[in-house]
Structures are given as structure tokens and as C-alpha cells.
Design a protein around this ligand. Structure first.
Ligand code: MN
Length: 329
């Protein structure tokens, strides 16, 4: 449940304010793009002015949600809005707007479901049990009596689907389905959105997924699965970092029978290594990611390290092995 006092303050701010600046995180995912789109469309339908800030462009398959939008970069906009709303982002640096937001003249509203959220806003609307920030926005719009029609629902449904892995996450609470119900009740064509998500893969995504699955390693009696992709691996298949995120690799690591923890290491062209953690049965990978300067959820988290791939792989796997060793069979 959303904390009622904060919720009421957020609702009051949304209702009274006229100009809003909405921001989400670097390398935006379906939830980030979806809630930007959904909240922006709803506020505009209520007669408000909304501008969007996003450091990285949305992945191609989600880009239709932000078609025609100007996506502002840090420093481009005078921050003279009635509120700055930061969505689906665990900490300020992850927005890419940290410097621009150092001394904002306006109230910062932080709406998120990441357990690692640092509570950086003036108003922090946090619900760590929500499947997605989109789920939170559905209930927020309802409570604030803001417009919720098929156009608003589009992005919210997409984010709900992607962050809940199409309602397959462990510990998914009924509220996720309730939010889906509310979105479908608008008359939304949900089949079109799911179809778009499932049949728009790029060849480079499929190829890098194939490469990764063939090279993945199992250890600790099959409880730990990991895979390391070098920049050369990506180049060989014409794949980008975005393709690796989009291809579904990380979710597949914990889809293998017996696997409790999965780790994907991906070498970025700038030399940094991105580590993505996934888990099942309540094994906490967020603690590992946070310990390495990252963040995320209990069962899905990540961090970035600026060291050679082999070093990062060795050190991170050692940390996972230590924790997993003490985790019940
Ligand atoms: Mn999310």
C-alpha cells in the first residue's frame, strides 16, 4: 500500500501544479518509458504542461510511447516547474540529472518501487512491493482522479508487463493484476501491446542471446549460472548493450532448473563492466549489487564496475558464491 500522508501530498501537488518536469533513469526500460508516457499523457489531458527529461533514448521497441516528444537533457531546461517528478529511479545519479537537480527551486517527487531507493525526493512515494512504477501510477491516477483512458493506459500496461515479466515474477501481489484490470477497463488494446513486445526482436538481439546461452556456465551444483560477454562478443554479432538488455538473457539465467542465482557480465565499449544479478526463492542479490555501488530489487539488481572483465567476473562471482553457500538448498 502507498503511504497515505505522502500520497495525499503528491495528489495535492499534481492537482494544484500547472507545469511538471518528468524524469526517469539512464538506459530506460519498459517501466521507465511506460510511466513517463502514462503520467505525461494523463497530466496533459488534465490541462497541465508536461516536459520530459531522459538522458538516453528509449529502446526502439518502446519508442512509440514517446513519439513526438522532446526528451530534454540535463541543463537544457530552466528548472522552473511546479514539481519535478522522478519515476522508477532508485537514486539521483541514476537519472543522469544529479548535477542539474542539486538545488532545485521546486519540489522533487520521487515515485519508485526499488527497495534500494535512497529517498532523495522532498516527497517520496515508495512502494517496494509494487510490481512496477507503472502499477503505482495506475493507483495514483485513480486516487487523484486524473484521466485514465486507452492512450494513458498504453504505456502503463507496457511497463506493468515488462517489469512483472508478464505477471511471472515471484511474490507478485494481486495489486498487479488489479492494476491490469483497471487498464483493460479503459478499452485498451492489450493484445496489440503484448504482440509488439513479443514480435519485434532484432536479429542482433537473437544472435547475442544465442551466443550467451551457449557460453553460460553452471556451478555450485547448478545453483549458480553466469555468463560473461566481452565487447568483442557484442561486436561479432552486431549487438549493442541495449540488445543485451532487450534480448531476455538475464531472465533466462534463473529459468534453468535448479538455478538460484544468475549473473550476467557485459563489457561496455567504454570499458566498464555491467553486472546484472537475478535470483529465485528469495535469495537476495540486491545486497550484493548495493555492496558494489549498484542497486535494484531483491531478485533483480545490477552494478557497473570500471575494471577488466576477468577481474570483475572473478571478484563478483566470489561474492555470490559466499552468499549462496549459506543459502538453504
Ligand atoms: Mn521498474
Amino acid at each position: 500500500m502507498l503511504p497515505t500522508d505522502v500520497l495525499n501530498q503528491v495528489i495535492a501537488t499534481l492537482q494544484k501544479g500547472q507545469r511538471f518536469f518528468l524524469i526517469s533513469h539512464v538506459r530506460p526500460d519498459g517501466d521507465a518509458v511506460g510511466c513517463l508516457s502514462g503520467l505525461a499523457r494523463s497530466l496533459r489531458k488534465a490541462g497541465k504542461t508536461v516536459e520530459l527529461g531522459l538522458v538516453d533514448p528509449p529502446p526502439e521497441r518502446f519508442a512509440f510511447l514517446l513519439e513526438g516528444e522532446t526528451l530534454h537533457k540535463p541543463g537544457e531546461r530552466p528548472l522552473d516547474h511546479d514539481a519535478i517528478i522522478i519515476l522508477d529511479t532508485g537514486d539521483l545519479p541514476r537519472t543522469g540529472f544529479a548535477e542539474a537537480l542539486e538545488r532545485p527551486a521546486t519540489v522533487v517527487i520521487n515515485i519508485d518501487h526499488h527497495p534500494s531507493n535512497t529517498g532523495f525526493g522532498d516527497l517520496n512515494l515508495l512502494d517496494v512491493e509494487a510490481s512496477s512504477t507503472c502499477e503505482m501510477i495506475v493507483f495514483l491516477l485513480e486516487r487523484a482522479r486524473l484521466p485514465l483512458d486507452p492512450e494513458v493506459a498504453q504505456g502503463l500496461y507496457l511497463g506493468l508487463c515488462t517489469d512483472s515479466r508478464f505477471f511471472q515474477n515471484e511474490n507478485l501481489r494481486p495489486a498487479a493484476h488489479h492494476a491490469a484490470q483497471r487498464l483493460l477497463e479503459t478499452g485498451l488494446d492489450a493484445g496489440a501491446i503484448v504482440g509488439r513486445l513479443l514480435s519485434t526482436r532484432k536479429l542482433s538481439e537473437v544472435r547475442i542471446l544465442g551466443h550467451a546461452l551457449l557460453s553460460l556456465q553452471l556451478e555450485m551444483d547448478g545453483r549458480l549460472a553466469w555468463v560473461a560477454l566481452s565487447a568483442a562478443d557484442l561486436a561479432r554479432h552486431g549487438a549493442t548493450m541495449a540488445d543485451v538488455f532487450a534480448c531476455g538473457l538475464f531472465g533466462q539465467l534463473t529459468g534453468i532448473d535448479g538455478v538460484i542465482a544468475g549473473v550476467g557480465f557485459v563489457e561496455h565499449t567504454d570499458g566498464k563492466i555491467y553486472c546484472e544479478f537475478r535470483s529465485r526463492r528469495g535469495f537476495d542479490v540486491k545486497e550484493i549489487a548495493v555492496g558494489l555501488g549498484g542497486g535494484g530489487h531483491l531478485a533483480a539488481s545490477g552494478c557497473s564496475l570500471a575494471r577488466p572483465l576477468a577481474d570483475v567476473t572473478a571478484e563478483v562471482l566470489q561474492r555470490v558464491r559466499e552468499r549462496l553457500g549459506g543459502f538453504p538448498h
